[in-house]
Design a protein around this ligand. Structure first.
Ligand code: NAD
Length: 477
């Protein structure tokens, strides 16, 4: 079995505690990672602090070069990294290869260009000048979720590095391998030793140590439940927390929508990565007049989804990440059906090896605000007059899809709803230059674009006076 060591202060290290990595498609252990200790974290922190002092003095151009080098090693090693992400997590290889990991490289390249075009502000006043400097926070503790590790490494770490911070990254215990493999290539790049550190292990141990540590900022992507723990662990060392959480995401399909495109998009937003996507659709609201025909055409396609090895090009649905997640999803599905909601398709664990769950469609009698994070989509008919209250009452606000050929109506709805991202007649239109993050219980702060740079930056004002200022000598002493 292949071992993957964690990466601290430019060295690959192991501990006596191994964690097996299971292939969710075959249930075979094929690799192991190690549990990092509290002492490891202390080493990472002290080295990251030293590296950060050096890094913050790199010019924008020098930092940009390092970011471009990171993008290049990601792309140069794309197929191997994609293979590891798919083997460990179960999402299809085509998604890892063509979508998730290239997007990470795109984000590093974006911030390289951003820095190459950046200048600090210098403003002339009547009596002097004001300089605005972009200061980093220091060392950032970055938590990654299991579903798209390298993509979120790009989303959070590229902006943090561009702003001059050093990193201690904690990938999920269910999605560590691609980042540890990438570290072997990062290690050869010309950047300060200890600038990027990766600690692995369980959330309750390695994750907890990171929250308790004297890092200057936390960037967390994961569940609300874990965020609450991180907030409590960090109570003695409070710091800024940027957080990207989940969402009960709606797809609103009006009767005047392009039905075929809306159906295809609902398929991808419900079932891509087995529905383990923060931007995935939790609830499809379909306007009453087209509900029956829309659902029957949608179900026709759902029934044809090919389930199997995530490495097969024709596969649409691979396994869920773990046995625990599989059992949890099945339990939740049974529970929601027992409350009088109607199972239209799926709702079963596939027999045999692997953590496979049938693509599942449930018709809701009463609205529930529930994120399944699995191949389960809830569907409900709606009347236009009830729409705004359904959306307003949602506890979360990450993404919303609107499908309508009436752009005026769609734009008005997009503007009125509380949501980080709204897609009109499209899904997953995400780029390195557009802000990404949620409102309400979907998080606070933004990654990507210029917003993702300033989120990790503390602007500093230096005022230089050349003439007597209006407040000087005011007391007449
Ligand atoms: P998670 O909350 O279980 O884990 C996230 C990270 O926190 C992991 O690195 C994990 O090891 C660590 N962790 C877990 N328990 C911890 C603890 N007690 N103390 C400290 N650290 C701990 O999330 P997940 O299951 O990996 O990811 C799924 C969730 O992430 C979903 O809710 C999904 O919507 C969300 N997500 C959000 C985005 C976004 O950008 N908004 C992107 C991907 C996933």
């Amino acid at each position: 079995m292949q071992e993957y060591k964690y990466y601290l202060d430019g060295e690959f290290k192991s501990s006596s505690e191994k964690i097996e990595v299971i292939d969710p498609a075959t249930e075979e252990a094929f690799a192991y990672i190690y549990q990092a200790s509290k002492e490891d974290l202390e080493i990472a922190l002290s080295q990251a602090k030293k590296a950060q002092k050096e890094w913050k003095n790199f010019s924008f151009k020098e930092k940009a070069k390092v970011l471009r080098d990171i993008a290049k090693v990601i792309l140069d090693n794309l197929s191997g990294l994609a293979e590891l992400e798919t083997r460990e997590i179960g999402k299809t290889y085509k998604e890892s290869l063509f979508v998730d990991i290239p997007l990470s490289a795109e984000v590093f390249n974006y911030y390289a260009s951003f820095l190459e075009n950046l200048s600090e502000d210098l403003i002339k006043t009547d009596t002097g000048i004001d300089l605005i400097k972009y200061e980093p926070y220091g060392v950032c503790g970055v938590y990654l979720p299991y579903n798209v590790p390298l993509m979120i490494f790009g989303f959070s770490c590229a902006g943090a590095l561009a702003s001059g911070n050093a990193l201690i990254v904690k990938p999920s215990e269910f999605g560590s391998l691609s980042l540890l493999e990438l570290a072997k290539h990062l290690d050869k790049l010309d950047m300060p030793r200890g600038l990027i550190n990766i600690i692995t292990g369980q959330g309750e141990t390695a994750g907890k140590y990171l929250a308790q540590a004297e890092v200057d900022l936390i960037s967390f992507t994961g569940s609300l439940q874990t965020l609450k723990k991180i907030v409590s662990y960090s109570i003695d060392n409070p710091k800024k927390i940027i957080c990207e959480l989940g969402g009960v995401n709606f797809a609103v399909i009006f009767s005047d929508a392009d039905k075929e495109r809306a159906i295809d998009s609902l398929l991808s937003s419900s079932f891509m990565k087995q529905g383990q996507m923060c931007i995935g659709t939790s609830i499809a609201l379909i306007e009453e007049s087209i509900y029956e025909s829309f659902i029957s055409e949608f179900l026709e396609k759902v029934k044809k989804i090919k389930i199997g090895s995530p490495f097969e090009p024709a596969t649409g649905l691979g396994p869920l990440v773990s046995q625990e997640h599989l059992s949890g999803v099945d339990r939740k599905v049974k529970e929601i059906i027992s409350k009088g909601n109607k199972l239209l398709w799926g709702g079963e664990i596939l027999e045999g090896k692997g953590y496979f769950y049938l693509p599942t469609v449930i018709e809701l009698e009463e609205l529930v605000y529930e994120e399944f994070f699995s191949p389960v989509v809830l569907v409900k008919r709606f009347r236009e007059e009830e729409l705004s209250s359904i959306l307003e009452n949602s506890p979360t606000g990450l993404v919303l899809q609107i499908w309508s050929n009436n752009l005026k109506k769609a734009k008005e709805l997009a503007e009125s709803c509380s949501c980080g991202t709204v897609w009109i007649n499209t899904f997953a239109q995400m780029n390195a230059h557009t802000p990404f993050g949620g409102v309400k219980k979907s998080g606070w702060g933004r990654n990507l674009g210029k917003w993702g740079f300033f989120e990790y930056t503390q602007p500093k004002h230096i005022g230089i006076g050349f003439k007597k200022g209006s407040a000087e000598g005011w007391f007449g002493v």
